[in-house]
Write a protein that binds this ligand. Sequence first.
Ligand SMILES: Nc1ncnc2c1ncn2[C@@H]1O[C@H](COP(=O)(O)OP(=O)(O)OP(=O)(O)O)[C@@H](O)[C@H]1O
Length: 255
Amino acid sequence: MSTNDVLLHATQISRHYGDFIALHNVDLSVSRGEFVSVVGPNGAGKTTLVNVLTGLHQPTTGNVHFDGANIAGVGAVDLATRGLARAFQLTSIFPELTVRETIAVSACSYLNQRWNGFGHLFGSHKINDIVVRTADAFGLSPWLDTKGGSLPHGRRKLLDVASAFALHPKVMLLDEPTAGVSTADKHGVMETLLRAAKHMGIEAIMLVEHDMDLVSRYSTRIIAMQGGKKIADLPRDEFFANEEVVSIVVGKGAH
Ligand SMILES: Nc1ncnc2c1ncn2[C@@H]1O[C@H](COP(=O)(O)OP(=O)(O)OP(=O)(O)O)[C@@H](O)[C@H]1O
């Protein structure tokens, strides 16, 4: 893989909270075509890592480059418009918005327009087009006028991810996208999500996940964290062949 394929590249990133080091000198990169999972027991530093990568938190030390540019200090919204997005659970925040409105909020952000309620929805062909294409990619078209809060849980999770996909990111960061979804439905959610990612031109996915069944089924590479440090960064098969690392990840504290 050439260096031109690298989209997200972090060097020696740390995050301190007072004397506590939640993230310690982590290097990582994510390239085009990859599905990278971040795993580790509770408190390993996975969320802190994603918060730093997505601009929600500043690293205490280190640099993050996205698509060739240094993104240190760039906020989450600016970062999303540059092509690094994270599912942000809009349906939990705005359960009263319909599927159409929820996706339209992201479409406005992608098109750099200020959200102005229904006027935009019915007045802008561009927004409408994104709403229709995104809903279609996620199988949500029949529920365009249903409130997000009224959807069954699995479909609501899809709407969360769909609203992030409507930002048309190059790299999508997903934090347990099937949390709370039944075992029977979780692969359906993941497969819809992957189909939609392909359809919408998303170039790489990074997933924070506890469910090792999902991790082993969908990842191309796995990064394992423990105590704020990266303890492994391996292709899927090599990761699962490494019993020591797997036992740390699935050991006490994982769920
Ligand atoms: N704002 C904060 N202030 C102080 N400590 C924090 C803060 N945020 C996280 N931590 C600590 O940093 C460590 C890593 O937390 P983090 O949430 O990144 O772990 P995680 O791997 O995502 O865990 P989980 O799987 O339980 O979500 C934990 O010990 C946590 O208590």
